[in-house]
Design a protein around this ligand. Structure first.
Ligand code: ZN
Length: 267
């Protein structure tokens, strides 16, 4: 990509994020702002979503390939590190916050697709404890030969330190609830943080969309059930695995309504 094209692209991305910030500040009172994008030159803007949550937001298939989130505080939790070969942006973005990979306490994945999971292997010899849902881990192991031949993905270094199951997950002062939400994959999970009214939805729920159900282990009926369960929660911020975040209780409700009224009929 020429320098000129790259500059234009960066400016467009920055503008989009600034527009989001403006809208959010006006209508919702959230304080999103773009940090360090031009300065750190990681190719991925870091967005401070709340005081405790930073997002390294999806840009393109060749840059990072999923949204990575950091819950930052006394406890540091990295969610969905993404592809291994595209992981550098996470390291660089952490560095802009004065953090190294050694500082991460726990690295979690919402599900086992390589664009979310692969980077977990980089924590194998680091202090962070790694985790994925138990059903997903069993499924991935079953699928290992296929994953290797179709996607070049191996399970090297991916064995989790602990398995996520439905229920409470207390990590330091962060009290999460794990919901097993199959449909996109058999062991997909959503992470709900009641104190912050935040739902990390993985590839279950997107802004104006939902996860694919045509991949191995996908299930259209299950994804509808999972989405309906999540619609019951008190949520003001949905952090999806790809695309834009959904902010504000009204926006979140409207998104659930759209999924049920439109997308459910076409699955
Ligand atoms: Zn996925």
């Amino acid at each position: 990509m020429s320098r000129f094209v790259k500059d234009i692209r960066q400016k467009t991305i920055v503008k989009q994020h600034l527009d989001v910030r403006k809208e959010m500040n006006i209508f919702l009172g959230y304080q999103f702002y773009l940090e360090d994008y031009i300065i750190n030159n990681t190719g991925v803007p870091r967005m401070k979503i709340t005081d405790r949550i930073h997002g390294f937001m999806w840009q393109s298939l060749t840059v990072n390939n999923c949204n990575t989130y950091l819950i930052n505080g006394a406890t540091k939790i990295l969610i969905d590190p993404g592809h291994k070969h595209l992981f550098d942006h996470v390291k660089k973005n952490l560095k802009t916050m004065g953090l190294e990979l050694d500082d991460i306490d726990v690295a979690l994945c919402t599900h086992g697709h390589p664009d979310h999971l692969e980077g977990l292997s980089l924590f194998k010899d680091l202090p962070a404890r790694t985790a994925i849902n138990e059903t997903e881990w069993t499924f991935i192991q079953t699928m290992a030969p296929h994953l290797q031949s179709s996607m070049g993905m191996t399970l090297d270094g991916l064995a989790p330190d602990f398995l996520l199951t439905e229920g409470n997950l207390d990590i330091g002062d962060v009290h999460l609830q794990v919901f097993h939400t199959p449909g996109h994959s058999p062991g997909s999970v959503c992470l709900y943080w009641p104190d912050e009214k935040v739902l990390v939805s993985g590839d279950l729920i997107f802004k104006e969309g939902l996860g694919r159900t045509d991949l191995p282990g996908g299930d259209g009926d299950l994804i509808k059930q999972s989405i309906k369960r999540m619609a019951e929660l008190d949520v003001e911020l949905v952090l999806p695995g790809h695309g834009e975040i959904i902010a504000g209780a009204d926006e979140v409700k409207a998104n659930f309504d759209q999924l049920e009224n439109y997308w459910f009929s076409v699955i």
